[in-house]
Design a protein around this ligand. Structure first.
Ligand code: NAI
Ligand code: MG
Length: 336
């Protein structure tokens, strides 16, 4: 079966890691018709728009996209493409599996956490306002509808993947209404849908401390938008960094697969970025497309390359010396 997939290469290291991922997926023999689409800072130059209508229309059509990171200007300039894309396509669940991997030495060897992040509201609603010179506000939006929707997605995932425990990080002691409604919604869904799953609530300060002290105690984490964004990178740090954590943005109409990391301007264009996080996102995409065999082949291949531990085949972020291209070639050789 052929699959039509939108490919957004993005900015910074985006094109380097996206092309590597495309090569690895193609090497499995899965028949994908890639449709190259513009978004991000590069799209402003080529199409005069950070998120051209054609890109959104194409993803609505194919329902699946693989996306490299895009650059978002800090403190000024255009609104985040990611936030726009997630809101407009209603990609309400960000799912980020974070696992210790053989061959990557870190402080812990027992991390197996899946971060579920609400992807459409919270403080990322983008409703900011200048009250007067020197006084600004940012509105945090929490709705019962979106909170229950992400909770259902997370508990459904627990049931399907035989996960045993779900923990919510929150700050409902301070943000009594917004985080309070989030908690109330999750509790309700838990009681109705998955009472057999162990359920825990932690104030996020304590949650962060527990995460770095003993990450093995956590299974699935469920968080509102901002907390989920921050905690995703924290969790990445537990297992070897941003080069090894994939992600999926899932809605009822479409799914966009992308790594947790950004466009890494500090190393862009040097052929040194680790493409593995996007390749792993590609593995999630293949499973979503029903191409389980190809997904497992790629997974086995990168595990074998990491376990072999040849510095010439491992990228710099993981302590090796390989370029993006050399790692990609090693992976494709391993696929056979
Ligand atoms: P970043 O994730 O791009 O980089 C953080 C650090 O991790 C840098 O030192 C970078 O070199 C390193 N790093 C990231 N990915 C790597 C990889 N694959 N291999 C090796 N090293 C890697 O975060 P930063 O610097 O805060 O943001 C840069 C830009 O990316 C910003 O414009 C930000 O808005 C954007 N961004 C985009 C995202 C997306 O499109 N999904 C997600 C996060 C940030
Ligand atoms: Mg982030």
């Amino acid at each position: 079966m052929r699959h039509a997939v939108c490919l957004i290469k993005g900015d910074g290291i985006g094109p380097e890691v996206a092309e590597a991922t495309q090569q690895v997926i193609d090497a499995t023999g899965v028949a994908i018709d890639w449709q190259d689409l513009p978004a991000g800072a590069a799209a402003v130059e080529s199409h005069g728009d950070v998120l051209p209508e054609m890109t959104k229309a194409a993803i609505r059509e194919t329902k699946v996209a693989l996306k490299g990171p895009v650059t978002t200007p800090i403190g000024q300039g255009f609104r985040s493409v990611n936030v726009q894309l997630r809101q407009e396509l209603n990609l309400y669940a960000a799912i980020r599996p974070v696992r210790s991997m053989d061959g990557i030495k870190t402080r812990y060897d027992n991390v197996d956490i899946v971060v579920f992040r609400e992807n459409t509201e919270g403080l990322y609603s983008g409703i900011e306002n200048t009250v007067t010179e020197g006084v600004v506000t940012s509105l945090k939006v929490c709705t019962r509808k979106a909170s229950e929707r992400i909770a259902r997605a997370a508990f459904r995932y627990c049931k399907e993947r035989k996960r045993k425990k779900l923990t919510v990080f929150h700050k409902a002691n301070i943000m009594k209404l917004t985080d309070g409604l989030f908690l109330e919604s999750v509790r309700k869904v838990h009681a109705k849908m998955a009472p057999e799953i162990e359920y825990q609530e932690l104030i996020i300060d304590n949650g962060c401390m527990q995460l770095v002290r003993d990450p093995g105690q956590f299974d699935v984490l469920l968080l509102e938008n901002l907390y989920g964004d921050v905690i995703s990178d924290l969790c990445a740090g537990l297992v070897g960094g941003l080069g090894v954590v994939p992600g999926a943005n899932i809605g009822d109409e479409a799914a966009v697969f992308e790594a947790v990391h950004g466009s890494a301007p500090d190393i862009a264009g040097q052929n040194v970025a680790n493409p593995l996080a996007l390749i792993m996102s590609g593995v999630m995409m293949l499973r979503h497309l029903g191409e389980k065999k190809a997904a497992l082949r790629i997974r086995d291949a990168y595990n074998a390359v990491l376990q072999a531990g040849n510095p010439a085949e491992i990228t710099r972020d993981l302590g090796g010396q390989a370029s993006t291209g050399a790692f990609t070639e090693a992976l494709i050789r391993q696929l056979g």
